[in-house]
Every structure is written in structure tokens, then in C-alpha cells.
Design a protein around this ligand. Structure first.
Ligand code: HEC
Length: 150
């Protein structure tokens, strides 16, 4: 390399490179920004869909399930009681939903099919269970409202 090309390159570096770098940085910053905007938008959409389901589940729960599950009377696992729900959660959501739909004549107690309201659809029962499981206060298990079992 001759002295003059070397000089050319060093001038190039000094004057151009900062712009190129700034440009790249800017583009990079933009695209991460957009991506996180998109992510948070879809997260917000998911959250509001979930919140609507939870709200519907709460109403269904209150009118059909709370009579037993609020107090835990006659062996019903009490709302929000981690110990009472722990083993049931472990069976998996499908088993829980099925049992709540068909009814339980268990060792611990009796639950009529669909909590006694046969006009509830499977989706209604699911929504009520979604609400119930969202009330189990565990951070390490997959039961928080952000990641409910259903
Ligand atoms: C008449 C009282 C009663 C009502 C009303 C009732 N349950 Fe229950 N539920 C029980 C009892 C008792 C158990 C525990 C039975 C056992 O395990 O022996 C139970 C258990 C459950 C379980 C756990 C199932 C499992 O896998 O162990 C779920 C889920 C559940 N109920 C959902 C509901 C939903 C949803 C409603 C309302 C639509 C509801 N229950 C209404 C008494 C009731």
C-alpha cells in the first residue's frame, strides 16, 4: 500500500465510518423497536382476550360453582387453595375439565355434572375452571393468569 492510499483509507475511516456505524446502529435500534412494539401489541391482544375469558369465567363461577368452591364445603377444593388444587392440577387440565363436566363421585365428595347446571356448555365449564385455576397463587407453577392451564 502506498502512503497516499493509506492516507486515503485513514481519511475514509475517520470521516465515513462514524456515519456508517451510526446508520447501522440507527437501523438496528429501529428494527428492535418495531419488533418489541409488535410483540407487546400481540401480547396485549392475547392478554385482553384472556382477561375477557377470565371475566366470563368469573361470572360463570360465581353463579354456578361458588356455592361449593368458595367455602370448600363437602370436600370441594376451595378457590385459591394451592394444596387443595395441587394434585388435581397435576392430573392435567383435560382430566379436570372432563371430571367437572361428567361430575365427580369421589372419595372426598360429590360434584354434580357441570356443577348442577346442565345448561352450561363445555366452554362455560372450561371458562369457569380457567378462572378457578387463575386463582391458585403459585409463581413456580404454570397457573398464573399470564400462563393459565387452559
Ligand atoms: C355441589 C357442590 C359443587 C358445585 C356446585 C361445584 N363443585 Fe366442583 N367439586 C365439588 C367437589 C366436592 C369436588 C371434589 C370431589 C372429589 O375429588 O372427591 C369438586 C371438584 C372440582 C374440580 C376438580 C376436579 C378434579 O380433577 O379433581 C373442578 C375442576 C371443579 N370441581 C370445577 C367446578 C366448576 C367449574 C363448577 C361450576 C360450574 C363446580 N365445580 C361446581 C363440588 C362442587
Amino acid at each position: 500500500m502506498t502512503a497516499s492510499t493509506q492516507q486515503y483509507f485513514s481519511t475514509y475511516r475517520k470521516h465515513i465510518q462514524p456515519f456508517v456505524l451510526a446508520g447501522l446502529f440507527f437501523l438496528g435500534a429501529c428494527s428492535t423497536q418495531n419488533q418489541s412494539d409488535n410483540e407487546s401489541a400481540s401480547r396485549t391482544a392475547k392478554e385482553s382476550a384472556l382477561n375477557m375469558k377470565l371475566a366470563a369465567g368469573k361470572t360463570l363461577y360465581e353463579s354456578n360453582c361458588a356455592s361449593c368452591h368458595d367455602s370448600g364445603s363437602s370436600g370441594a377444593p376451595k378457590l385459591g387453595n394451592k394444596e387443595a388444587w395441587h394434585g388435581r392440577m397435576a392430573e392435567g387440565k383435560d382430566v379436570m375439565i372432563k371430571k367437572a363436566i361428567t361430575g365427580i363421585d369421589g372419595k372426598i365428595g360429590m360434584m354434580p355434572p357441570r356443577g348442577g347446571n346442565t345448561s352450561l356448555s363445555d366452554e362455560d365449564v372450561k371458562a369457569a375452571i380457567l378462572y378457578m385455576t387463575s386463582k391458585i397463587n403459585t409463581s413456580s407453577e404454570n397457573t398464573s393468569p399470564e400462563s393459565p392451564v387452559l
